[in-house]
Ligand binder design. Sequence first.
Ligand code: SAM
Length: 262
Amino acid sequence: TSFGFKEVNEEEKSRLVGDVFTSVAVNYDTMNDLMSAGLHRLWKDRLVSKLNPFPGMKHLDVAGGTGDVAFRILETINRLRQRGLRQVLEDTLEEETRIYVCDINPNMLNVGKQRALERGLGGEDRSLIWIEGDAENLSFENNSMDGYTIAFGIRNVTHIEKVLTEAHRVLKRGGRFLCLELSHVDIPIFKELYDLYSFSVIPAIGELVAGDRHSYQYLVESIRRFPPQEKFASMIVDAGFQNVEYENLVGGVVSIHSGLKI
Ligand code: SAM
């Protein structure tokens, strides 16, 4: 199925993606819940549990949007602290936790900052740092991060390879790369149902809730164009990562790819 977006050039692609996230920055979280029936919350939980966050870590969440992944990482670390580990860790660690949320769209970041305050994660706690920036050209130093996550972000960038190379560059040795992305379903019947859902229901929800059918059609097209699991895994290897593997969730509706910088 095609909706006539095959000819979209790079400039047009950036503009369309920008439009989607500007027009939905405020409705963004509601839209996620609606379109995934709340499942994106579980998927993000899974991503963070694979990361194994620890107090004192330096972490970079790219395309971090309104902060969903960063909040989970910080809340996991805070729970570890509450479990009595705090004193031990503070005695042994001089380093403070730093979670950087990087996104190209300041509207998304502003919504995120507001949400952080509402969750009691802003203010005095300096662990969360919001930075406007491009995944393809990060402003962070080489070998500076213990972890890197990108959730529902890499599919819409112009050059996936550049994003992967940048991820590899900023990670320390031993640092983990994790990517959560809408991917490819390869199970008969379920695949047909999923196609029906994405080509009919998603644009309809987009029109109804965000008043923007066109952009949501584009997003569905972009899922189809994203490289399948195995191909994406090989791109991660090409960027220099080792121990590359992936896990499919809901039959491949989403997958979590991971790699280590060794
Ligand atoms: N990670 C968040 C989540 O899972 O809720 C937000 C995901 S949202 C679907 C995609 C985000 O990618 C948007 O906030 C958008 O602004 C951002 N984005 C798109 N292209 C980007 C780029 N080249 N560099 C950084 N962020 C980008």
